[in-house]
Write a protein that binds this ligand. Structure first.
Ligand code: S6P
Ligand code: ZN
Length: 192
């Protein structure tokens, strides 16, 4: 049957906002982010309901399906825990041979990447920046600006998420603010 139909989902290009079928939404607040930031003491005394980041994802197939794709938008709110910028939990993909694309939509940020040998580096994120995240590279995003950091992502539907590795061992470096500027500091250099 020849049929012309409306799209089942729309993405607002300016904001990354997704509306339509099979869109899920996740909100991460300070209370959900235990042992992510360097200073647990400060995180615990901050307002636990503070939103750190929000994720929307269009998931047209079931998670784990081979050969499908997911498409998402992440908004990281501006803020810090001590001198460490608000950021995502960060993860590896459960399937270690699955890559991912990120692209900047709004705001100023950094994409923290860590390879298998625990070498960590950061790529600047801004409107229009494009980031290819190699398979088996851990990734975390950090908002270093005064407004929201918004970015898009596209990843294979069978990539999955491995959060445990980062929860246990972290990244080997963190992005902190020093003298009003972001710097990448090795874990061992941070005063506890
Ligand atoms: C999924 C993709 C993003 C993140 C989101 C939140 O592979 O990388 O959608 O899930 O940015 O980060 P995290 O580390 O909490 O999943
Ligand atoms: Zn990912």
């Amino acid at each position: 049957m020849n049929e012309i139909i409306e799209p089942k989902v729309n993405v607002e290009i300016e904001s990354g906002n997704l509306k339509g079928e099979k869109v899920i939404e996740i909100t991460k607040r300070l209370r959900d982010l235990e042992n992510i930031f360097s200073d647990e003491h400060i995180r615990k005394i901050m307002e636990p309901n503070t939103i750190v980041y929000e994720v929307q994802a269009h998931m047209p197939v079931e998670e784990g399906t081979t050969a499908g794709l997911f498409f998402g938008t992440t908004i990281i709110h501006p803020g810090k825990v001590g001198d460490e910028y608000f950021m995502t939990k960060g993860h590896l993909h459960k399937k270690s041979d699955r890559a991912e694309y990120y692209w900047g939509i709004e705001g100023e940020g950094m994409l923290l990447l860590m390879d298998k040998d625990r070498n960590t580096w950061a790529e600047k994120m801004h409107k229009g920046s494009l980031h290819y995240i190699d398979a088996d590279v851990a990734h975390r995003t950090v908002n270093i600006g005064d407004g929201k950091l918004i970015f898009g992502a596209c990843w294979p539907s069978d990539a999955g998420h491995n959060y445990d590795e980062i929860l246990m061992n972290g990244f080997s470096a963190r992005l902190i603010e020093k003298d009003g500027k972001p710097i990448l500091v090795s874990e061992w250099e941070i005063d506890k």
